[in-house]
Design a protein around this ligand. Structure first.
Ligand SMILES: *[C@@H]1O[C@H](CO)[C@@H](O)[C@H](O)[C@H]1NC(C)=O
Ligand SMILES: *[C@@H]1O[C@H](CO)[C@@H](O)[C@H](O)[C@H]1NC(C)=O
Ligand SMILES: *[C@@H]1O[C@H](CO)[C@@H](O)[C@H](O)[C@H]1NC(C)=O
Ligand SMILES: *[C@@H]1O[C@H](CO)[C@@H](O)[C@H](O)[C@H]1NC(C)=O
Ligand SMILES: *[C@@H]1O[C@H](CO)[C@@H](O)[C@H](O)[C@H]1NC(C)=O
Ligand SMILES: *[C@@H]1O[C@H](CO)[C@@H](O)[C@H](O)[C@H]1NC(C)=O
Ligand SMILES: *[C@@H]1O[C@H](CO)[C@@H](O)[C@H](O)[C@H]1NC(C)=O
Ligand SMILES: *[C@@H]1O[C@H](CO)[C@@H](O)[C@H](O)[C@H]1NC(C)=O
Ligand SMILES: *[C@@H]1O[C@H](CO)[C@@H](O)[C@H](O)[C@H]1NC(C)=O
Ligand SMILES: *[C@@H]1O[C@H](CO)[C@@H](O)[C@H](O)[C@H]1NC(C)=O
Ligand SMILES: *[C@@H]1O[C@H](CO)[C@@H](O)[C@H](O)[C@H]1NC(C)=O
Ligand SMILES: CC(=O)N[C@H]1CO[C@H](CO)[C@@H](O)[C@@H]1O
Length: 675
């Protein structure tokens, strides 16, 4: 039933400059700037440097570190702070459950131009914080799905080598003047794909890529040819067209570009793929990835689904609930900049996620009828970089977890939170600016905690079915979801969007299971376990915890959870058959209704190895091959870390890179053969 876990102990021997376990992996601090990648890209619109006029105050630095803290919305009146949940124990007694979901449901979308900042420099130098973060998710949800792409994928060019910048797999061609929205041309070598493959050899990460779609006269299929060869089963599919409904607006197609043009071009690319012997898979294309300028129905009305059924691996859309474009492009067509304080409340209730999924409900049903998964391929709090103070607040963490579970309930099969770069406020994680990478650590966006919470809510069995309980008489501030796994009630996710430090808005939920219905196996348990997603208010950016642990505040993150895990055990009332769980204002409680529902997602003791400080630039960490094999897949090894014995120094040397020597690469292959 539940997947096996391997909790291999890792023995460390620490010397003054290095610690060694064998002769396998070497970790280095990177010396000097990375010299690659854009620090100014956003997701849906290529960006300049954000302008911080009022309401942003005088802050002129990277949006990723904007210190602005908003005021939480006022405590609403009339909230009922006690409600009951009377739930069937068996899925068979529940109407309206979602399709089975996987713990990898909420993944990431990494803009192709920032992949060398976030994932690694090349196949030999991987970002240890990235590996650690992915491992945290994989330990809970079984695996992690990452999309590498975005606007930049359409103008990407695969080349054999990049002579001027040795060891760099992605390069921005700054001479590109052809592209009206400044989408950079990216040159990359197959090293990029080896890099992703080497990540997957260490952590259970699977990838989506995109085939460049800018040039209908000269399709560039190299990423599909080399991608399938190098990534094999780790490659989940190829996006064909990124937001084609915006191509005309961005000047990437004629102004009259229509769904019919897209339909025709799709046929052309299917044809060239079919005639390419180096692309073995023909059924893994992802489309139409429209963003709302065209509805999915506009595309379906062309006969897209029937015409291309055998080529389509999944259907997808991309949507952000709002945009902050006016702040990014002041004085332009976007009008006056929105004040984040004015839109903050839009993220702090259950309606937001419901409104987001509503336009796609007919399509998720259609996808099911056609046997296709339906993805939210790229999303986050707001396009054009997000809203400082919202996108990077604890409120966004609650919002993203609610939105993700709403999508799961609505029969999406995956959703990817976008990582855009230092000019964005919404990054789930971001390394320090390259000129500061020697002495600053990474920064975590609150929405990363949403990914941990969602992965645990859904678990690793791929059988979780979700229902929105319309709890507390449908209060928009206190939504709740039930997750049935296999066929039994497994977990509950209980939200409270209100910020009220007085404690008066803490909600008490009285849960009873089984309710005497016939055929019920699971009644109210004797105890339940509870983990909390918590922070002081929805406005804060600091001290966010999941089950009592934090990844650290700004510039302090190395990808490992800090502090000891806190899991509450609630004794239920066996005579009344009820369990009372409180949900702080603000917060989310994840309630585990059985031991197996808890054990399945509870990471084994987290094994990490720490490395070095700035004063100690070269550290060797080597891992015995038998131990490394344990880190491949749903197994519990966390790689790397940085601050051992140096807690006094802030975020010391957190840009530590995992250096894989060629011998290592050979070792990975060998291990895969043995697994
Ligand atoms: C990978 O990048 C590192 C750091 O820039 C460099 O030292 C190394 O030579 C590169 N490896 C390859 C194979 O290019
Ligand atoms: C498509 O992008 C490539 C790479 O940037 C460029 O060489 C080519 O001219 C572009 N084609 C069109 C039609 O814009
Ligand atoms: C769309 O515009 C292009 C020129 O920009 C023109 O050649 C083409 O005929 C137009 N297509 C339609 C269907 O009007
Ligand atoms: C709740 O969120 C919706 C959608 O974002 C928004 O339109 C509405 O104003 C919010 N309600 C309150 C009371 O803040
Ligand atoms: C479409 O493809 C799916 C597999 O992706 C398959 O299950 C389904 O039967 C196909 N539908 C038709 C009408 O061919
Ligand atoms: C999700 O799919 C299931 C199974 O087809 C269906 O019963 C349910 O109504 C769907 N949920 C939504 C919100 O469309
Ligand atoms: C790094 O660059 C940023 C932006 O140019 C600048 O604000 C910051 O002071 C620099 N840091 C160092 C240590 O030079
Ligand atoms: C869940 O699905 C993933 C992706 O298809 C697969 O790799 C994994 O083995 C599945 N897990 C279980 C327990 O079946
Ligand atoms: C539930 O909400 C409805 C309207 O939203 C209201 O009429 C009704 O009185 C509420 N019931 C309870 C028990 O609060
Ligand atoms: C975070 O926690 C630290 C240590 O408990 C405390 O000093 C700091 O004020 C807190 N920050 C916020 C924003 O609550
Ligand atoms: C348990 O429930 C019974 C029946 O509702 C009630 O009388 C009793 O006080 C409850 N016990 C506790 C400890 O709350
Ligand atoms: C497992 C895997 O893909 N290993 C690759 C790591 O990257 C090197 C290139 O540096 C490849 O040669 C390996 O095949």
């Amino acid at each position: 039933m539940r997947s096996l876990k391997f909790c291999a102990p890792i023995l460390l021997s620490l010397t003054s400059s290095s610690f060694t376990l064998g002769s396998f992996l070497t970790l280095y601090d990177v010396q000097g700037p990375l010299a690659v990648g854009s620090t100014t890209s956003t997701s849906d619109t290529a960006a300049g440097t954000a302008v911080y006029d009022p309401p942003y105050g005088s802050y002129g630095g990277y949006a990723a570190y904007n210190p602005i803290v908003l005021a939480p919305p006022a405590v609403p009146s009339g909230l009922s702070t006690q409600y009951d949940l009377v739930l069937p124990g068996s899925a068979s007694n529940v109407q309206g459950l979602s399709i089975p979901q996987s713990g990898s449901f909420l993944g990431f979308s990494v803009e192709m131009s920032v992949v060398t900042q976030v994932v690694g420099i090349n196949a030999s130098f991987l970002q240890v914080p990235f590996l650690n973060l992915m491992q945290l998710v994989a330990q809970r949800g079984g695996s992690v799905n990452v999309r590498v792409g975005g606007n930049t994928q359409d103008y990407a060019v695969e080349v054999k080598e990049l002579t001027d910048n040795r060891g760099i797999c992605v390069k921005k061609d700054t001479d590109n003047t052809r592209n009206p929205t400044d989408t950079p041309t990216l040159l990359f070598t197959p090293e990029l794909l080896y890099m992703l493959s080497n990540v997957s050899a260490l952590v259970n990460v699977n990838w989506w890529l995109g085939i460049p779609f800018n040039d209908t006269a000269d399709w560039r299929l190299q990423i599909a040819e080399t991608g399938e060869t190098i990534l094999g089963d780790r490659l989940l599919g190829f996006q064909i067209g990124n937001e084609p409904d915006l191509y005309a607006l961005h000047g990437h197609r004629a102004a009259n570009y229509s769904v019919w043009d897209y339909f025709g071009e799709f046929a052309e690319i299917i044809d060239v793929i079919a005639s390419d012997d180096q692309i073995p898979k023909r059924n893994n294309l992802i489309a139409p990835s429209v963003s709302g300028t065209w509805t999915p129905e506009d595309v379906w009305s062309t006969g897209f689904l029937t015409s291309y059924n055998s080529s389509l691996g999944a259907l997808a859309v991309e949507k952000y609930p709002d945009d902050n474009c006016a702040a990014l492009y002041p004085g332009g067509a976007f009008g006056p900049a929105k004040d984040p304080q004015d839109v903050f409340a839009n993220y702090l209730n259950h309606t937001s996620g419901q409104l987001l999924v509503q336009p796609y409900l007919a399509s998720t049903a259609l996808a099911q009828q056609n046997g296709k998964p339906f993805y939210m391929f790229e999303t986050n709090t707001a396009s054009c970089g997000g809203f400082p103070g919202i996108s990077d607040s604890f409120g966004a963490a609650l919002w993203a977890a609610d939105y993700a579970l709403q999508m799961a309930y609505s029969n999406f099969s995956a959703a990817n939170l976008h990582v855009g770069g230092l000019s964005d406020s919404y990054n789930p994680f971001i390394p320090p600016p390259t000129n500061e990478s020697m002495f600053e650590g990474w920064t975590i966006g609150p929405v990363f905690y949403s990914v941990l919470a969602t992965a645990e809510a859904l678990g690793s069995s791929n059988t979780s079915r979700v229902i929105d309980l319309n709890a507390n008489n449908g209060s928009i501030y206190t939504p709740a979801y039930a997750i049935y796994e296999q066929s039994a009630l497994a977990r509950l996710a209980l939200f409270n969007y209100i910020s009220d430090s007085s404690g008066a808005s803490t909600v008490t939920v009285t849960i009873s299971v089984g309710g005497g219905q016939t055929g019920e196996q699971l009644g109210t348990p004797q105890t339940v376990k509870v983990k909390y997603l918590a922070a002081e208010s929805v406005a804060v950016k600091e001290n966010i915890t999941w089950a009592g642990q934090t990844l650290g505040n700004r510039f302090q993150v190395d990808g490992r959870l800090k502090g000891s895990e806190e899991v509450q055990t609630v004794q239920c009332n066996t005579s009344s058959g009820t369990c009372q769980v409180s949900v702080p204002a603000p917060g989310m409680a994840l309630v585990f209704l059985s031991d197996s529902a808890y054990q399945e997602v509870e990471p084994c003791s987290t094994i990490t190895f720490t490395t070095t400080s700035v004063t100690n630039p070269l550290v060797t960490v080597t891992v015995d091959p038998s131990i490394l094999s344990m880190s491949n897949g749903n197994r519990s090894v966390v790689l790397g870390g940085t601050d051992h014995g140096n807690q006094a120094v802030r975020g010391v040397g957190a840009s530590v890179w995992l250096f894989l020597s060629l011998a290592v690469a050979a070792g990975i292959r060998l291990l895969e053969g043995m697994l």
